[in-house]
Write a protein that binds this ligand. Structure first.
Ligand SMILES: [Zn+2]
Ligand SMILES: [Zn+2]
Ligand SMILES: [Zn+2]
Length: 262
């Protein structure tokens, strides 16, 4: 049996694909790989189930992936495409009969508390309401047997967090998760180097002020040298088949519902 698995709940950029009111070939494509919900990843072992980011489609994603239970959420940064669905954790609270842990850095935690003031650190769990216990990230942490090592990312407008994820007591297999960035600090590149699977920001070919372009993502992937790199946070300017054909061996586009066992 594999030690843990990842599943892409969403692989799209902030506005999702199809884009509202757009009739471009990607937005009207019949290929399901061109339908991209907002970015989120399920990380699951026999002992723990964790969602990284809860965007606007979180409820639909949880239903589509048939997630039976959740132990914690990890939030990378407080942009709406990563947090807007947080209220829907309430169903998972109801199943546990109590709050879930929410892991976020101090800056992200402050925004989450402002946007969802009713969710955090209630004195008593009220069945039916969403309830999260804020756990501020100040170094590596564990959820069940899953170990998360936080790493800084430069997203220009806000601090973002990447993660190296493995199981307690084992440095491999490991997954790197680095979305929403324009630059990856050297120390983060070093810490992600050689992971089995790297999930990397790649918005489109054209320049963008806060995200990696295809060229920049290929360059970053070359520096991190993961066993396999999967691009995510993809816009409607990327047609799945057309761009997939141009990618070097070991690098591919992620797509919604893609699961990888480690
Ligand atoms: Zn984003
Ligand atoms: Zn379009
Ligand atoms: Zn962002």
């Amino acid at each position: 049996m594999s030690s843990f698995e990842i599943c892409f709940l969403g692989s799209g950029t902030s506005i999702g694909v199809p884009v509202i009111g757009c009739d471009c070939p990607v937005c009207t494509s019949a290929n399901p790989a061109n339908v991209r919900w907002r970015p989120s990843l399920l990380v699951r072992s026999a002992a723990a189930a964790v969602v990284i980011d809860t965007g606007p489609e979180f409820r639909l994603q949880a239903i589509r992936a048939r997630i039976p239970r959740l132990d914690a959420v990890v939030i990378t940064h407080p942009h709406a495409d990563h947090i807007a669905g947080l209220d829907d954790v309430r169903r998972f609270c109801q199943q546990r009969g109590g709050p879930l842990d929410c892991w976020a850095t101090k800056g992200t935690a402050a925004v989450l508390r402002r946007v969802f003031p009713y969710i955090f650190d209630r004195e008593e769990y009220v069945p039916g309401l969403p309830a999260l216990t804020m756990r501020e990230i100040d170094g590596p942490f564990e959820i069940g047997d899953l170990r998360f090592h936080p790493l800084p990312l430069d997203h220009v407008v806000v601090d973002n967090t990447a993660f190296r994820i493995s199981q307690r007591g084992r440095s491999s297999p490991a997954v790197g998760y680095a979305l929403d960035c324009k630059r990856i600090p050297c120390a983060t590149v070093k810490a992600l180097a050689g992971v089995d699977i790297l999930i990397l920001d790649m918005l489109r070919r054209r320049e963008h002020p806060t995200h990696l372009t295809l060229c920049e993502a290929l360059d970053a992937a070359g520096r991190i040298r993961a066993g396999r790199t999967l691009f995510s946070h993809i816009s409607h300017e990327i047609e799945h088949e057309e761009v997939s054909r141009t990618l070097p061996e070991g690098i591919a586009l992620a797509y919604d519902t893609l699961s990888v066992a480690l």
